[in-house]
Write a protein that binds this ligand. Structure first.
Ligand code: FAD
Length: 479
């Protein structure tokens, strides 16, 4: 068993400055620990960075854009991030879901207004989501933590679990009769990046849907970089150090730390530290599974997207893919290694809500679709055809494009193995037992190494809770 070497310069070094690396750094610095974060890129933020990707004056979120999970995070919400300039913009309508030949489904912060959009399924929608919204704050510490056989709110978690464990297909078939509610649920469930008949694909739909009504789907003014900058500034205010532009290729570069936290994924940990971790653990890391990748497209537009249904302009996020069946088919194809001709497209239009994103009268579009892991296929045409389907004339407005296929995503951020944006597939077997099924999933057994990235519970998304929980494990080790 590794013992703490008290002569080291740092209590901990964190490899990677994504939201989880920064959260871990803050949680440790808050307890008076001497911490350094080392980041390969020139800027902090990992999957929460903003850059001028197309034309001067057009700011694009390179990865994450919309932050219900940051807004709900039991850790981020305790931090004084507004002091460092972070301003949340919360659109009244979290998401719009356009359909052919009928009005788009518009989710409203007010669940009753949303339910009134859903016709025959109005009561069923209220019945499904109201209890989760009511229990939202009590559920979050359990849902955004490691697996706990004795949850903090056992009855509420059990009630949530009964629906969450089901596949999106099975839940939708048993609860909803109309196309509108089924389509809305498919768009939410497709964030799981899995076939919608996989077990537990309802979980993400229920959490994101409830978050839409409980806290909204906000965006940071100026882009996701504003969140990362605020986290980094708070970390340095607490005494933390950050070194950017340094890629760690071996744990030998980290010998000045009593503990090391990896904000990176199993494949990278193996390449950096395989000889220093137990063989049996390394073997399990080798069988860790990554999911499909993404093709990302950022656009500079000469004007707003000309949605057929103008209500789509009122939501920052638009789910494009049509009916439940169409979205389910697209997601299944990706899982079979195919590139769908009609992909499910996640689109955000931040410049409608945040004037700092584009020159006056101009607009930005952020969108991506799911593709097989490692894909190098250009999906621009398929994505643009899907948008044009619900916004005729959209293509004529495009001034400039920035494209990143799944392989480019990994080049941009080595954590996106094959373009997987969640640090490993989040199916039932790897949801709370990631990266390895252990009582303490954060510590690499018998070492002073810890994993704090989205490859640890509770997984992908900008919430910082993997980092927060890993920091608690490090504090136990150091004290
Ligand atoms: C296109 C896209 C859209 C997304 N949309 C959303 C969204 O809207 N909302 C949301 O909540 N989430 C979204 N996500 C997911 C979210 O960005 C990630 O889940 C989140 O960033 C994971 O945080 P992390 O700290 O675990 O890792 P990351 O954010 O990936 O950070 C890891 C950091 O480690 C650095 N690093 C890697 N290897 C090394 C090394 N060897 N040495 C030093 N540094 C290293 C990397 O450069 C990176 O900065 C999206 C992701 C993508 C790609």
């Amino acid at each position: 068993m590794e013992v703490v070497d008290k002569n080291k310069q740092y209590d901990a070094i964190i490899v990677g400055s994504g939201p989880n690396g920064l959260a871990a750094g803050i949680a440790l610095a808050q307890k008076g620990k001497k911490i350094k974060i080392i980041e390969a890129s020139d800027t902090v933020g990992g999957g929460a960075r903003t850059k001028f990707l197309t034309l001067p004056g057009y700011k694009h979120d390179v990865c994450s854009a919309i932050h219900p999970m940051a807004m709900a995070s039991p850790f981020f919400t305790t931090l004084p991030l507004e002091k460092y300039g972070l301003k949340w913009i919360t659109p009244r309508f979290p998401v719009a879901h356009p359909l052919d030949n009928e009005p788009a489904v518009i989710m409203d912060l007010d669940i009753h207004k949303t339910a009134s959009e859903l016709g025959i399924d109005s009561a069923a929608y209220l019945k499904l989501f109201s209890p989760i919204i009511k229990d939202f704050n009590d559920l979050l510490p359990d849902l955004l933590g490691p697996f706990n056989p004795i949850p903090k709110s056992p009855i509420k978690v059990a009630k949530f679990g009964l629906n969450a464990i089901r596949s999106a297909s099975s839940l939708v078939n048993s609860k909803f009769k109309g196309d509108r509610s089924r389509a809305l649920f498919a768009g939410l469930a497709a964030h799981s990046i899995q076939p919608l008949d996989n077990t537990a694909t309802s979980a993400i739909a229920l959490v994101l849907g409830a978050a839409g009504h409980a806290v909204g789907w906000p965006l940071p003014e100026g882009g996701s970089q504003s969140l990362s900058n605020a986290l980094a500034e708070h970390f340095t205010y607490l005494g933390g150090e950050i070194e950017t532009g340094k890629m760690i290729t071996s744990v030998d570069q980290l010998s000045e730390a009593k503990a090391v936290l990896f904000d990176i994924t199993p494949k990278q940990i193996l390449s950096i530290a395989e000889n220093q971790i137990p063989k049996s653990y390394a073997k399990k890391l080798k069988s860790y599974r990554y999911g499909p990748g993404v093709f990302k497209l950022d656009l500079a537009l000469d004007g707003p997207i000309p949605w057929k249904d103008e209500n789509c302009s009122k939501a920052a996020t638009v789910h494009i893919g049509g009916t439940f069946e169409e979205i389910a088919e697209a997601e299944s194809q990706v899982f079979e290694g195919k590139h769908p001709e009609k992909p499910f497209v996640l689109l955000t239009q931040q410049s409608f809500f945040d004037q700092s994103r584009a020159p006056e009268g101009k607009h930005t579009v952020w969108c991506y679709c799911h593709v097989p892991n490692g894909s190098t296929r250009d999906m621009t045409q398929q994505i643009e055809d899907q948008i044009e389907r619900f916004a005729p004339g959209f293509k004529d407005l495009i001034l400039s494009r920035n494209k990143m296929n799944a392989a480019d995503m990994q080049t941009y951020n080595p954590n996106y193995i094959g373009g997987d944006i969640n640090g490993g597939i989040q199916d039932l077997r790897q949801l709370y037992t990631r990266p390895v099924n252990l009582f303490d999933p954060y510590r690499i057994p018998n070492t002073s190494y810890f994993i704090c990235s989205s490859s640890s519970p509770p997984g992908g998304g900008v919430h910082g809770m993997c980092g927060y929980h890993a920091a608690q494990a490090v504090l136990n080790f150091l004290n």
